[in-house]
Design a protein around this ligand. Sequence first.
Ligand SMILES: C[S@@+](CC[C@H](N)C(=O)[O-])C[C@H]1O[C@@H](n2cnc3c(N)ncnc32)[C@H](O)[C@@H]1O
Length: 258
Amino acid sequence: MRHIFIVGIGTGNPEHLTVQAINALNKVDVIFIPSKGAAKAELADVRKDICQRYVTNKAVRFVDYAVPVRQTAERSYVQSVDDWHAQISSTYEQLFEDHMTEGRSAAFLVWGDPSLYDSTIRIVERVKARDRVDLDYSVIPGITSIQALTASHRIPLNLVGKPVQVTTGRRLSESFPAMVETAVVMLDGELAFKRIDDPEAYIYWGAYLGTEDEITIAGRLADVSDRIVATRAAARAKHGWIMDIYLLRKGSDFDDQA
Ligand SMILES: C[S@@+](CC[C@H](N)C(=O)[O-])C[C@H]1O[C@@H](n2cnc3c(N)ncnc32)[C@H](O)[C@@H]1O
């Protein structure tokens, strides 16, 4: 049986790597590295930096692979994601067949934590279910962009005793602030916070968290919204890409205890 380690690597700072992750990377036969194109070269560099720093076992081989691009034309969102996962699972299956023999192990380096808005677990499970390659897998947790955001802003994630919703830009308006007082928003290309009209809402925003280019802005949403929009646009133009996340909050600790 082949064994796949799905290793969380944190969100840009090589020091996010856990000892458990370093140990796993040093015991596998192969590390698969995605090549995502020049625009996100910095992200590929983080993976290479991690391997150079921590993989001391000279027997470990590195194999680059091209990640299929998601096709959206003439497909619903669900169909487009499903097709994309099917393509990636074929790519993975081929990697396992070409670069691992029976009894060998390999690792994927997953941005942040593999459980959070990432489909590596789903896709490896899909390959396993197809049963053409005999395999099993383990997941090694990593620091998420949520933790990087709250650490940079030095804030607790939740208000005392209260829930938190993790959502996407597409879904934000369904919940905040009517249903939750803390929402963490990821994968938001639409700047959904601009549609929140609540004078009591606060935002804690961060881009390129954990990297040398990290930017953070916090304040009352109505006061800082325009500054975030302008800063985001300028940073995106400079780098050619952006990864950002934010926490929206309303209320305070113990405000339901009166
Ligand atoms: C596909 S999800 C992957 C999340 C990842 N698995 C995690 O644990 O954070 C990508 C989204 O995560 C957030 N993200 C990831 N890394 C980030 C970073 N370094 N700075 C800001 N946001 C980040 C952004 O919202 C981005 O759109």
